[in-house]
Design a protein around this ligand. Structure first.
Ligand code: SF4
Length: 504
C-alpha cells in the first residue's frame, strides 16, 4: 500500500512537461474562501454548505435537471491580455425574481484570462468543475453534475434573502480570481432567454464533442498515470472515482485530461495520480495500482475495482452521476436512464428510486452510476458485452448519444416510445432479434457470455414434453418450460397439427 502516491513529484514534472508550462510558477493551492468578506452578497458562503441537499418542497427555482431540456455551464479561456472586465456580469433574459417558480433553461458562461500568462486549454475542464465546487459553497444552492447535464436548485429561503443571478455570477467570478492566481479577470454571462440558451448549448456541446474525440484516441494500456477523485466523499464517504482515458468520472465533469490539469493546479487537491500497475483482468478492467489506490482512499472499505463491468467488484457511485445503468434480470440485459428522465423506466422504477440504491460509495452489482461520456468509450461495459447487452434507454438519451451506439444495435434498443413494461420489452427484443434473446457473444473476445432466454423450439422437444405431461398440453406451463411465450407454443402446435404430428 505504501507508495501508491510516492510518484507524485515525478508525475507533476511529467504533467508540466506535457503542458509545456510550469504550473507551480503561477498556481497556488490554498483556498482563501473562508477569509474573504462577502458583504455585497445576500447569502452565506463557505465549504460547510458542500453536501447540502435542497428538497423539492423547499425549492424556488431549478435550472437543468429532469424538468428542463437545455442547461449548461461553460468556461472560455482567452489569450493573455484580452480585455475582460473583472466581475462584469451580463444577464440575458429574466432575473431570478422575474422567473415563474419551477424549472428553466439556463446557461452560465465564464470567460477568464490572465494578464500575462497563456492558460492552456486543458485547464477548461478543471476550471469547469469549479462551477460545481463553488456553487455548492452557497448556502441554499444545490449544484449537481457538469457541462450540459447540470442540475441546480435554488431554495425559497435564498431567493427571499434577495439572492439573484447577479450575486451568483459575482461569487463565481470573484472566486476564480481569488483562488486561481493565474486568472486575473473573469466576467460572466448568464442566459435565461430560452432560444439563446438552446443556441449556446448547441455551440458548447459541439465544442465538447470535438475535445472528447481527441481524448478518444488515448488508451488505458498506454497511459500513465491514472487519477483518483475523492471530491464526492462529502456525500459518499467511501466513494473513489478512478479516472482513465477510457473511463471518465461518473459526474461527467472530469475526464482524464481534466484530472491531470486539476492535479497540476492543486497537488494537495481531490485529484491524485497513481500508477495503474499491472493489469490483473483485461476483461473487467481490474488493475493492481487502482486496487491499491481505492483501498487506501476508501479506508479499506472497497479493495478491488473492475472498472468496465456491471458485476463483481464494481466501480462505486457517489450521488452526482449523470446516468444509471441497471440490470434487467427478466431479459438478462441492461437499461440506461439519464438523470433528466423523470418517468418510470421499463422496470417501473424511476431514476430517483434507483439512484437511492445506487449511490453512497457502495459496490452495487447491476446498478451503477456513470457519465454519459462513458457511453462513447470503446471499453463501455466490455466485460458484460457492451452495447450488445443494452436493451432499453430513455429516448432523449438515445437521441443525444445515438452516435455512441454501434449501427447494428441502434434499432434493437427499445425506448419508452416502443415499450411500457418488461412483457412488452421481451416481445420487442424477440421481434428485433436482440442478442440477449439467444445469448450475447462478447465482442472483446468472441466468448458467449449469456445463455439467452428464448430456447429454439422444435417439434420433437415439444412432443417429448407433451408425452411427459401424459399427453396433455398446458400452454402456460410449456411456455415457462421453454422460456418462450404461450403464443410461440400455440404457433408450433398449429404447425404440428397441420403436419399431422398432433391431433386436435
Ligand atoms: S463524481 Fe467522481 S470525479 Fe466527479 S466530483 Fe465526484 S468523486 Fe470527483
Amino acid at each position: 500500500m505504501a507508495g501508491v502516491f510516492d510518484k507524485a513529484a515525478r508525475e507533476q514534472e511529467a504533467a508540466e512537461e506535457d503542458f509545456g508550462i510550469q504550473f507551480s510558477d503561477y498556481i497556488k493551492v490554498e483556498l482563501k474562501t473562508e477569509t474573504t468578506g462577502w458583504d455585497d452578497i445576500p447569502a452565506e458562503i463557505g465549504p460547510q454548505y458542500e453536501g447540502e441537499r435542497i428538497r423539492a418542497a423547499d425549492t424556488a427555482l431549478e435550472f437543468g435537471g429532469p424538468k428542463c431540456d437545455y442547461a449548461f455551464e461553460r468556461i472560455i479561456i482567452h489569450p493573455p491580455g484580452t480585455e475582460l472586465e473583472n466581475e462584469k456580469v451580463t444577464i440575458i433574459g429574466p432575473e431570478m425574481n422575474e422567473l415563474e417558480p419551477g424549472a428553466h433553461r439556463f446557461g452560465m458562461i465564464a470567460e477568464v484570462s490572465s494578464d500575462e500568462t497563456e492558460i492552456p486549454p486543458e485547464m477548461e475542464g478543471t476550471f469547469s468543475t469549479r462551477f460545481h465546487y463553488w456553487g455548492n459553497y452557497i448556502g441554499g444552492l444545490m449544484h449537481l453534475n457538469g457541462r450540459e447535464t447540470i442540475w441546480i436548485r435554488v431554495s425559497k429561503e435564498l431567493l427571499e434573502k434577495g439572492f439573484r443571478f447577479e450575486h451568483w455570477a459575482k461569487i463565481i467570478a470573484r472566486l476564480f480570481v481569488m483562488e486561481i492566481p493565474v486568472v486575473d479577470r473573469c466576467q460572466i454571462t448568464i442566459i435565461t432567454e430560452p432560444d439563446l440558451v438552446k443556441e449556446k448549448w448547441d455551440e458548447a456541446v459541439a465544442y465538447w464533442k470535438e475535445q472528447d474525440a481527441k481524448m478518444a484516441a488515448m488508451t488505458e494500456e498506454d497511459t500513465k498515470p491514472w487519477y483518483t477523485c475523492t471530491l464526492c466523499q462529502s456525500f459518499a464517504s467511501s466513494h473513489v472515482c478512478v479516472i482513465t482515458p477510457q473511463r471518465p468520472a461518473n459526474c461527467g465533469a472530469i475526464s482524464w485530461a481534466d484530472a491531470k490539469a486539476g492535479y497540476a493546479m492543486d497537488q494537495a487537491g481531490d485529484w491524485q495520480p497513481f500508477d495503474p500497475g499491472e493489469c490483473l483482468d483485461p476483461v473487467t478492467g481490474e488493475w493492481s495500482g487502482a486496487n491499491e489506490a481505492v483501498t487506501k482512499l476508501s479506508g479499506g472499505i472497497n479493495t478491488r475495482y473492475g472498472i468496465h463491468s456491471m458485476f463483481g467488484y464494481t466501480h462505486t457511485s457517489c450521488g452526482c452521476f449523470e446516468m444509471i445503468s441497471f440490470y434487467i434480470p427478466e431479459v438478462d440485459g441492461f437499461g440506461l436512464v439519464a438523470r433528466g428522465y423523470n418517468e418510470p423506466t421499463v422496470n417501473k422504477l424511476p431514476f430517483s428510486t434507483m439512484a437511492a440504491r445506487t449511490g453512497g460509495g457502495q459496490q452495487t452489482e447491476g446498478l451503477l452510476g456513470l457519465s454519459v461520456r462513458y457511453l462513447h468509450s470503446p471499453k463501455f461495459w466490455q466485460a458484460d458485452g457492451g452495447w450488445r447487452r443494452v436493451v432499453w434507454m430513455n429516448s432523449s438519451l438515445k437521441e443525444r448519444h445515438g452516435d455512441a451506439i454501434p449501427d447494428e444495435m441502434k434499432d434493437k434498443i427499445a425506448t419508452e416510445n416502443d415499450v411500457k413494461d418488461i412483457a412488452e420489452l421481451r416481445e420487442f427484443l424477440k421481434k428485433v432479434d436482440h442478442p440477449v434473446v439467444t445469448g450475447v457473444i462478447r465482442p472483446l473476445d468472441g466468448k458467449k457470455i449469456t445463455d439467452g432466454w428464448k430456447r429454439p423450439l422444435n417439434a420433437d422437444e415439444l412432443l417429448a414434453f407433451i408425452e411427459e405431461q401424459d399427453g396433455e398440453l398446458d400452454p402456460e406451463v410449456a411456455a415457462a418450460e421453454f422460456g418462450v411465450d404461450e403464443e410461440d407454443i400455440m404457433d408450433l402446435v398449429e404447425e404440428m397439427i397441420e403436419d399431422g404430428i398432433l391431433e386436435e
